[in-house]
Design a protein around this ligand. Structure first.
Ligand code: NAD
Length: 358
């Protein structure tokens, strides 16, 4: 049976695939099950063979390949996979393995969570963002029009196995996207991690390797204590209130922006809100914003309209009563959630953001 949304035990294991408990899981609980591996075009090319050669018993697995990219995190793609799962006679005793970045784990998790009311699934994240964030915590989901993750469930994977060997083929741009979430974790919860980031000479996968487990642990701790997002899990939305709205503005246009970049832009705007509300010092604001600008190239950002951003924020599923509630910084390394932001405050933050993008 799949894990229910109230069963929050879902181990996150840092290990090479061949030394992980995956083999044992396949040899015991799922020995007689059909297996489906969901990949996208890139993880099919760069990651699938490593999985198949590290683990035995997956030779007969059905591989389902999704088109890569956020624009494909949509219902139409789920329809196709559900049709294929029906054709293969996949049932609640079978297993879906999501091998990919956040788009594959979010979409594959959603597909599994609602098919026949839930087929067991597990995540093998292959992007940095997946390893420190998307594959942890049991949120599955797809986008709906301009609204990010509008359709989804809280359903825990059987396990998440983090094998950093996959980072060997990850493009540098995607390393930066993952680093954006690592910075968020440091800013909301761990000043030592933030200070370590300030010492980094280059933002590259090898340089970040020592911090991946720590960053993932921050997410794990927060979601374990508040799986249903009733309280402190909302801290993880720092940078995402404005960020998701900006990402949504460009989602189905010819100039989409990556999730990581959207979060960086969101963090700059929300750092400003944190200062305006009297929490963060101007000194810390300057250090954070100058560091973000040094680490992330804020170029080629399409023009956005204030009205559209505010409208998207008000429709964000995390808000209620038409009020925008953001997670902000009380100080560097300490977040604070449920902060009501006025339209004026958001407009001022968007103006501030515009001053910092080229
Ligand atoms: N569920 C959650 O809690 C949660 C948290 C944060 C983000 N997310 C979601 O995650 C998504 C972003 O995740 P992402 O940045 O991993 O995006 P992604 O899945 O699109 O991966 C980024 C790109 O890297 C490629 N790729 C992945 N692994 C690779 C590898 N090892 N080698 C070569 N190429 C590889 C992918 O094919 C894709 O082109 C967003 O949709 C976001 O909403 C979810």
């Amino acid at each position: 049976m799949p894990k229910s949304s109230i069963d929050h035990s879902s181990p996150v294991i840092f290990s090479s695939l061949d030394e992980s408990p995956l083999q044992q899981l396949l040899d015991t609980e799922f020995v007689h099950s059909k297996k489906v591996i969901i990949v996208d075009e890139n993880t099919n090319e760069f990651c699938l063979e490593y999985l198949l050669t590290s683990i035995t018993g997956l030779e007969d697995a059905e591989v389902m390949m999704l088109p890569a990219g956020e624009e494909n995190k949509v219902l139409e793609i789920c329809f196709q996979v559900w049709e294929a799962l029906t054709e293969y006679g996949i049932g609640r005793k079978d297993l879906i393995i999501n091998l990919g970045g956040g788009v594959v784990t979010d979409t594959g998790g959603f597909i599994a969570a609602v098919f026949k009311r839930g087929v067991p699934f597990l995540h093998i994240p292959t992007s940095l963002l997946g390893m420190v964030d998307a594959a942890i915590g049991g949120k599955t989901g797809i986008d709906f029009g301009p609204y990010k993750n509008q359709l989804g469930t809280f359903t825990m994977p059987e396990m998440t196995i983090v094998d950093t060997a996959f980072l060997g083929t990850l493009p540098q741009e995607e390393v930066l996207n993952g680093f954006a979430e690592m910075v968020k974790h440091a800013l909301i919860a761990d000043i030592e991690l933030w200070n370590a980031f300030l010492q980094l000479e280059r933002i590259e996968a090898n340089e970040l390797m020592p911090f991946i487990e720590k960053s993932a642990a921050i997410k794990m701790q927060i979601v374990t204590e508040d799986p249903a997002e009733a309280g402190q899990r909302k801290l993880l939305n720092f940078g995402h209130t404005v960020g998701h709205a900006l990402e949504g503005c460009f989602l189905s246009t010819e100039t989409p922006i990556s999730h990581g970049l959207a979060v960086v832009l969101g963090m700059i705007a929300e750092v400003h809100l944190s200062v305006e509300l009297g929490y963060l010092s101007s000194h810390d604001q300057e250090l954070i914003v100058s560091s973000l600008k040094k680490w992330f190239p804020l170029i080629n950002i399409p023009v956005f309209e204030n009205e559209q951003v505010i409208q998207l924020m008000k429709n964000d599923k995390k808000n209620s009563e038409n009020k925008i509630k953001a997670a902000l910084l009380k100080k560097t390394g300490k977040g604070i959630f449920d902060q009501i932001s006025t339209d004026e405050g958001i407009l001022s933050a968007l103006d501030y953001l515009r001053q910092h993008i080229n």
